[in-house]
Design a binder for this molecule. Structure first.
Ligand SMILES: NC(=O)c1ccc[n+]([C@@H]2O[C@H](COP(=O)([O-])OP(=O)(O)OC[C@H]3O[C@@H](n4cnc5c(N)ncnc54)[C@H](OP(=O)(O)O)[C@@H]3O)[C@@H](O)[C@H]2O)c1
Length: 112
């Protein structure tokens, strides 16, 4: 599967990326700071989409294009938990993504 990890530069995002790569998945990352990625994860990525912030809709649309699944590992700030996840969800829906999940406690259930 091609899996897009939003917040891949965070603690959970790195773990999701590493575990998914070990299982043979392709990983696309979305984040603001590619320099925060471990080099071995960065070199294994299908691609990395750099965003300005969570409401950078053109970056969201680029990130979800043609992926099989979306995993949201944004930090726990309220604006990320609500606005950030909703913008990501809407972009994924527009792109026809059918599978998604979030590690945030307040997560919105994504597509099935
Ligand atoms: N760590 C745990 O043990 C744990 C356990 C259970 C659940 N969780 C949940 O998992 C989620 C992630 O936790 P974490 O520890 O991995 O957090 P983290 O290390 O702080 O990572 C947060 C991620 O969100 C991104 N981010 C922050 N502000 C942003 C913004 N304005 N626009 C776009 N991206 C933004 C960060 O990007 P930058 O790198 O660019 O800052 C980073 O990739 C949280 O919701 C947390 O509650 C964590």
């Amino acid at each position: 599967m091609l899996i897009m990890v939003a917040g891949i530069t965070g603690n959970i995002g790195k773990q999701v990326a590493r575990a998914s790569l070990e299982r043979g998945h392709q990983i696309r990352g979305l984040g603001r700071s590619p320099k925060k990625l471990d080099p071995e994860i960065h070199s294994g990525l299908e691609s990395f989409v750099e965003s300005k912030t969570y409401y950078d809709v053109s970056a969201l649309e680029q990130a979800v294009k043609a992926v099989d699944a979306v995993v949201c590992t944004y930090g726990g700030l309220p604006e990320l938990a609500l606005d950030g996840q909703l913008l990501l969800l809407r972009a994924a829906e527009r792109a026809g993504v059918k599978v998604g999940t979030s590690c945030q406690a307040q997560s919105i259930s994504l597509m099935h």
